[in-house]
Design a protein around this ligand. Structure first.
Ligand SMILES: *Cc1c(COP(=O)(O)O)cnc(C)c1O
Length: 347
């Protein structure tokens, strides 16, 4: 009689994906669906060559100009896909988040455009200009407590009490599929890429992009570039499981926030699809912002500058055509001015 698999001591070493993991897995077809769903609601941003970076890298270099996206970052793709994936019932109640950054902006815009309510919970410490920017995009603002943690708890409470759908900035299947549409556009515009450089924080962007890139062009390398000051994903990959690391404020403020100890998607997808991760420092990020402005005439925020930074400091050396995603442009004008004037402001 055949041994039952569960009784075979050797079988313990074989780690099959759990049924839950298989059911939750995000597929390329989810990205195709996202693309149909969000078409006409987000911009198909331009991709163009950078002569200045080609001199540095000694290879063709493309810039995917996603900082020109509506609301100033790629987050609109995932947020729009998440809002349009709601059931009829969910849509009547709305969505909730506690992000006051690019995800908060994007979700507010996406919900407003779809005629759905977005509630953004924020602490009393959030500066008034940030509050107003989100309100102007049509969100309901709830000011709660004096910390980001309290805002997060308020968002969870609303999810339970009012049945609002909480949309994570990165560890959400619809968000990841939406961000993956960027990977499709990149491979359509430059099918022979050797390397794609992707800014990396919680990994929603790189998970979607890498799935699209590896499906369309398995030989293309996907490299994640993070900030040394907020290295949660790099540390987690090293540890082999999601870990928390102390975080310091960075010029790349949109790269802040961990990956969550209960991470469902992005840790596994990054581990599976991403070839390499590198981290860059504050001086490098400032140099990237400066280069984008002086050589390319582009205003980008710190998080968007890490790909350029990695080419400039030589931590990534592409052996063929490379693409860099410029992810966002939401940087305070006075901070940008200081960087352009040669400073590396301590945040
Ligand atoms: C959110 C964000 C990132 C990082 O995306 P993750 O999905 O968290 O890895 C990079 N750049 C900008 C401008 C962002 O807003």
């Amino acid at each position: 009689m055949a041994k039952q698999a569960g009784r075979d001591p050797g079988a313990r070493n074989i780690r099959l994906p759990s049924v839950r993991a298989l059911l939750m897995a995000i597929a390329f077809t989810d990205i195709l669906e996202a693309r149909r769903r969000i078409a006409g609601r987000v911009l198909r941003t331009p991709m163009r060559r950078s002569a200045a970076l080609e001199r540095v890298a000694d290879a063709p270099v493309w810039l995917k100009c996603e900082h020109q996206q509506t609301t100033g970052s790629f987050k609109l793709r995932g947020a729009t896909n998440a809002v349009l994936s709601l059931t009829e019932e969910e849509r009547t109640r709305g969505v909730v988040t506690f992000s006051t950054g690019n995800h908060g902006r994007a979700l507010s815009h996406a919900a407003n455009a779809a005629g759905t309510r977005a509630v953004v919970c924020m602490s009393a410490l959030v500066p008034p200009n940030k509050v107003e920017a989100i309100r102007a995009l049509g969100a309901d603002i709830r000011i709660v407590g004096n910390s980001q943690d309290e805002a997060e708890r308020a968002a969870s409470a609303l999810e339970k009490a009012e049945g609002l759908r909480r949309v994570s900035p990165m560890d959400d299947a619809a968000v990841i599929a939406g961000q993956g549409t960027l990977g499709m556009e990149i491979m359509e515009d430059a099918p022979d890429l050797e390397t794609v450089l992707v800014p990396l924080s919680g990994g929603g962007l790189i998970s979607g992009v890498a799935l699209a890139v590896k499906t369309l062009s398995p030989k293309t390398k996907v490299v994640g570039v993070g900030s040394k000051r907020c290295p949660a994903m790099a540390a987690s990959l090293e540890a082999g499981r999601p870990v928390e690391v102390p975080e310091e404020p960075s010029l790349a403020d949109s790269l802040g926030g961990g990956i969550g100890l209960e991470n469902r998607h992005t840790f596994g997808m990054t581990k599976r699809y991403v070839d390499e991760c590198v981290l860059v420092g504050e001086e490098d990020i400032a140099a990237g912002i400066r280069f984008a402005y002086e050589a390319e005439g582009e205003v980008i925020e710190g998080a968007a500058a890490v790909g350029i930074a990695a080419l400039l400091n030589g931590s990534v050396k592409p052996a063929g055509p490379a693409a860099i995603i410029l992810t966002g442009r939401n940087i305070a004008p006075d901070l940008h001015r200081r960087v352009i004037n040669g400073e590396t402001p301590q945040i």
